[in-house]
Ligand binder design. Structure first.
Ligand code: SF4
Length: 217
């Protein structure tokens, strides 16, 4: 059977800041929603990182046995619906491994795809990032975003994230790739990336951040 083409920004294991435990992170490339203040604007263009889903699954397969779960984010995963469904079906996760998915779409727009993926997505964070909304809830960049617990495992693993942010939520994963690029994963609080850039600039270093439209509190 032909494998779907998919545009991927990056994959990484382990990540620890986008859900419980040590997780495989899959960042889809391409987002048509384009929220003001998006921290991941590098994932907006949809013409990068093209591969087959079969290749993607092969790349991450060595990590699957060790992972507590998988987080799919982006970019906008539902912009590549056929590829997303092939990924979800092809992961073959154990019963104790959960899948968390982030989308910038309202859940009401996703009902058709979610029905096709029934039982494969344990928890979903929906809705676009809203720079004007407050940020007080765990796993969310803005408080308009909703956490949906879609399976029994999702309810067990993610009910605890229906809570206010705590200091432990401020951590970010740092990833280094072979090209020397440094990536940060997680959900920074407003202005954290600009504060980091400011601190590095004092030391004579520079980072690029897509957080430029956010403001220091
Ligand atoms: S926050 Fe998410 S949905 Fe919004 S522009 Fe960024 S990647 Fe797209």
């Amino acid at each position: 059977m032909r494998s779907e083409r998919i545009s991927i920004s990056r994959v990484h294991f382990p990540i620890t800041t986008l859900g419980p435990g040590r997780r495989i992170g899959i960042w889809f490339q391409g987002c048509s929603i384009r929220c003001t203040g998006c921290i991941s604007a590098d994932t907006w263009a949809d013409d990068r990182g093209l591969t087959d889903v079969a290749n993607l699954l092969a790349e991450i397969s060595p990590w699957v046995a060790e992972a507590d779960g998988v987080t799919i984010t982006g970019g906008e995963p539902f912009n590549q619906q056929a590829a997303l469904l092939e990924v979800l079906r092809g992961l073959n996760l154990r019963d104790d491994q959960d899948l968390l998915l982030f989308s910038g779409y309202a859940v009401e727009r996703l009902s058709e795809t979610l029905a096709l993926a029934s039982g494969l997505i344990d928890a979903l964070i929906s809705d676009p990032f809203d720079l004007s909304a407050s940020q007080t809830l765990a796993l969310r960049g803005s408080d308009n975003q909703r956490l949906h617990l879609l399976t029994d495992l999702g309810r067990v693993r993610f009910e605890t994230y229906n809570r206010q942010l705590v200091d432990a939520d401020r951590s970010l994963d740092v990833m280094f790739d072979d090209s020397g690029t440094v990536w940060l994963a997680g959900i920074p609080r407003r202005g954290d990336m600009l504060r980091l850039r400011h601190l590095l600039s004092i030391q004579g270093d520079d980072i690029r951040t897509t957080d430029a439209t956010r403001h220091l509190p």
